[in-house]
Design a binder for this molecule. Structure first.
Ligand code: 13P
Ligand code: SF4
Length: 355
């Protein structure tokens, strides 16, 4: 069955019905035209477009074949047969798609599109941690580059971090590189965090902790998300003072104090489902600003409190213009060196098997 590319007029009407409150009219018309050209070229080339939940609203609602959080998109990348795969997200996400599909072309529409967490750790750092904590399994957040994943035993995302850690039969786990995610995982599973700069906890104390219900420790790293680290407990207090009935959702890359002061914490996909499936008077999302707009575009009855000066500069490098250029010029192709790829793939596949 051939699916027709929606016309510019239909694309515009659809975008307008969803985004009239957030995107000015002339910009919508321009974006509808770009989206039409992308969708036509995408069909001609047999491409698939994957879009992370943080994509800007017009792009998110017009050209993506699949949208979701990083785990959901990894699963799509593991099963899609399309070629090329255009990844509207950041580099580590596109690398994951390439690791799972070495023979396909994976395109990242903006050359840089980095991530402060991925930049916070190197493969040499992981090797040094392994030397300091011999025999300790290494769990690496997917927000890392391929060479770091290659040094790891298993990956995780924000939606399965606790599950992955729990699945390991070990007294001590190295969890990299997000300090806050590590602390949040520990808080929900009574585990301790040890940072490599401090001394490992002595054996006697570990035994005492174990008898108090602490099963093992997590060795953390000092990476942080430059977006989520900006949210504070005071932000939540201020919004609650104005809207006492607000439901607050925090991404687990926020500090443990912020997560504790919130009503719900989960991956971008879990936050989105929570809002869709509940019926609160209003919601505050402590995460990248586009998320709230993307949810509200599908559910006009949901009131989102906007606290949004906080945007991810890396995710925001992906624009409709760049996606069109990416499909036209086959840019920017993601490459992962075969030796690194094979080892990184093992860590990603272990995660996909666990969850
Ligand atoms: P999710 O896995 O929740 O989509 O998070 C990815 C990310 O980069 C959040 O900042
Ligand atoms: Fe990285 Fe934070 Fe941007 Fe997510 S929001 S891509 S963790 S910098």
């Amino acid at each position: 069955m051939t699916v027709e590319t929606p016309s510019i007029e239909d694309t515009y009407r659809d975008l307008r019905s969803k985004l009239a409150d957030v995107v000015p009219e002339p910009e919508l018309a321009l974006k509808a035209e770009l989206a039409y050209r992308i969708n036509r070229l995408k069909r001609e080339r047999g491409a698939v477009i994957l879009g992370h939940n943080y994509m800007e609203p017009a792009l998110f609602h017009s050209v993506c074949d699949y949208t979701g959080d990083s785990l959901e998109l990894s699963r799509v990348a593991a099963t899609t047969e399309a070629d090329p795969i255009v990844f509207c997200g950041v580099r580590f996400m596109a690398e994951t798609a390439k690791i799972l599909n070495p023979d396909r072309t994976v395109l990242l529409p903006a050359q840089r599109a980095g991530c402060s967490l991925a930049a916070s750790i190197t493969a040499a750092d992981v090797r040094e941690l392994r030397r300091r904590y011999p025999g300790t399994p290494v769990v690496t957040y997917v927000n890392t580059y391929a060479d770091v994943k290659a040094e790891s035993d298993v990956c995780c995302t924000s939606s399965n971090a606790a599950q992955v850690v729990e699945s390991l039969d070990a007294e001590q786990v190295i969890f990299l590189p997000d300090e806050y995610l590590a602390r949040n995982v520990a808080a929900s599973s009574s585990k301790q965090i040890v940072f490599p700069s401090s001394q490992p906890v002595p054996q006697e104390r570990r035994a005492a902790d174990a008898s108090n219900g602490l099963q093992y420790e997590i060795v953390g790293w000092h990476g942080r998300c430059e977006v989520h680290e900006q949210f504070t407990v005071q932000d939540i207090r201020d919004v609650r003072a104005q809207f006492p009935d607000v439901v607050v959702l925090a991404h687990p890359e926020c500090s443990p104090e912020v997560v504790a002061a919130s009503d719900f914490s989960g991956s971008t996909g879990a936050m989105s489902r929570y809002v869709t499936e509940t019926d609160a008077p209003r919601y505050l999302l402590l995460t990248e600003c586009s998320m709230g707009d993307n949810i509200a575009a599908e559910a006009h009855d949901k009131e989102m409190v906007r606290l949004c000066s906080v945007r991810c500069p890396h995710m925001n490098e992906i624009t409709l213009e760049e996606v069109l250029a990416s499909l036209r010029e086959n840019r920017y192709q993601i490459e992962v060196e075969p030796r690194v790829r094979a080892r990184a793939r093992r860590a990603i596949e272990r995660m996909l098997e666990i969850t």
